[in-house]
Write a protein that binds this ligand. Structure first.
Ligand SMILES: [Zn+2]
Length: 429
């Protein structure tokens, strides 16, 4: 890496991430783990620490109604009325999650601001460092809770009324002192950037430190049933059976094969039958009914739709061939989201100016950026995950890689914070 206009302090960044790792730390034999569920004591301590660090950096800290934390840097000489550029991620974790997933992006955003301050530069636009509430979906929602409110996809009230174990999000946030006012609005931002660990091993395999995300894969989930006839296994001849599980087995393999065929071309298609429940599920009864779910993901919506159609046709064929009755419901449908060309370019350019190789990658997992991208120009940068491990204590990103990707983030953030207004293309859907 060559010299940056805004040298970041890798030790300061590391200290922040390691300090944050103490909150909710769990004992492990290998690696470092933490459990930081939204609205819990460890979450409170992690949030309070972030606020302290933001105040030390001279940021103006606000907390919105759903607990999203924003620290705004409005230096003398910037245009205070210009739309800010925002950067960040989340501080919550899955149970026994890793120490980088989320905190790297939050503290890298803060470090980027501090690096610009240290360099004595004044961006045209204010910069906001953001930590979203409840990204992981361990409580109150299936995930990306705070960012979906910020993007206007979920109503504030709806989010606050969500419950976990009888407690509402509102009460949980009140309890930890982070139920603020108003709504952090991603639509107000000129652009958004998030640095996140990759959670797979492509960058490591390629030997590249920085992945610039092109598209976040869309996800479709289906739930279905296959109904046959529950009969005595000993007295029902093979010719007289309507075995729901045997039919389901054909179905599972057909889903897998169709996804494999698509993936030969796209390299991004995945489809999984992850749940199968057999009724009555008894050793001496021919299976009468099977319930299943499918999770399909790809960066191309038509591919997802084709796989859904293929699943429907497979079930129809099973009705004809095996006499079963079937149902299939598309219960969850989030389309793929393209990252904004301006943000992608800024990240690649940052790599070029710092002499750090960058590579285009797609994201198979959803992130807060997926929500934000529906409201403004958004970019997502990946740092390598050792061995691809994530959501467990083995999750690791070398400190050097944290520092290099944070330098890229800083450079790109500066570019966006000094860029003119652009008409937001209508692709935000
Ligand atoms: Zn994350």
């Amino acid at each position: 890496m060559t010299g940056s206009r805004f040298p970041i302090d890798g030790d300061r960044l590391r200290r922040d991430i390691e300090d944050n790792a103490q909150f909710g730390a769990v004992p492990t034999d290998e690696g470092r783990g933490r459990t930081v569920l939204p609205g819990t004591k460890p979450n409170q301590r992690a949030r309070e620490h972030l606020v302290d660090r933001m105040i030390v950096a001279g940021l103006d800290v606000t907390v919105d109604a759903v607990g999203n934390v924003a620290g705004t840097w409005r230096p003398d000489g910037c245009d205070p009325s210009a739309a800010p550029v925002a950067v960040g991620s989340h501080l919550d974790s899955v149970p026994s999650g890793g120490i980088f997933d989320g905190p790297l992006g939050v503290y890298a955003g803060l470090e980027a601001v501090r690096a610009m301050q240290d360099a004595g530069t004044t961006p045209t636009r204010p910069i906001q460092v953001v930590s979203f509430t409840g990204e992981e979906g361990t409580r109150f929602s299936d995930g990306v809770l705070g960012s979906s409110v910020a993007a206007g996809l979920t109503e504030t009230e709806t989010a606050l009324e969500r419950t976990d174990d009888g407690e509402t999000l509102r009460d949980a946030l009140l309890e930890i002192g982070f139920q603020g006012e108003g709504r952090l609005d991603a639509g107000d931002w000129h652009a958004w950037l998030e640095l996140h660990v990759e959670q797979t091993d492509r960058l490591e395999e390629m030997g590249v430190t920085a992945g610039v995300v092109t598209t976040i894969a869309g996800t479709t989930r289906l739930h279905g049933t296959i109904e046959g006839e529950a009969d005595h296994t000993g007295t029902t001849s093979m010719a007289d059976r309507t075995d729901a599980l045997a039919a389901a087995s054909e179905f599972v393999l057909a889903v897998e094969q169709a996804a494999r065929t698509e993936a030969e071309r796209t390299d991004t298609t995945v489809a999984t039958v992850g749940e199968l429940s057999v009724d009555p599920g008894v050793v001496n009864v021919v299976p009468g009914e099977v319930e299943f779910s499918i999770d399909i993901r790809d960066v191309e919506k038509p591919v997802i739709d084709r796989l859904v159609t293929h699943a429907e046709e497979t079930l129809q064929a099973l009705e004809t061939d095996r006499g079963v009755e079937t149902t299939l419901d598309r219960s969850y449908d989030v389309p793929p989201v393209d990252m904004a060309p301006t943000c992608r370019t800024a990240l690649h350019e940052a790599g070029r100016s710092l002499d750090v190789e960058t590579v285009d990658v797609h994201s198979g997992a959803g992130h807060d950026t997926m929500q934000v991208a529906t409201a403004t120009d958004a970019g997502l940068l990946f740092a390598p995950s050792r061995g691809g491990h994530s959501h467990n204590p083995l999750e690791w990103t070398d400190w050097h890689d944290c520092a290099v990707t944070t330098s890229l983030l800083t450079e790109a953030l500066s570019t966006l914070a000094n860029s003119e207004d652009t008409a937001h293309p209508s692709q935000h859907s």
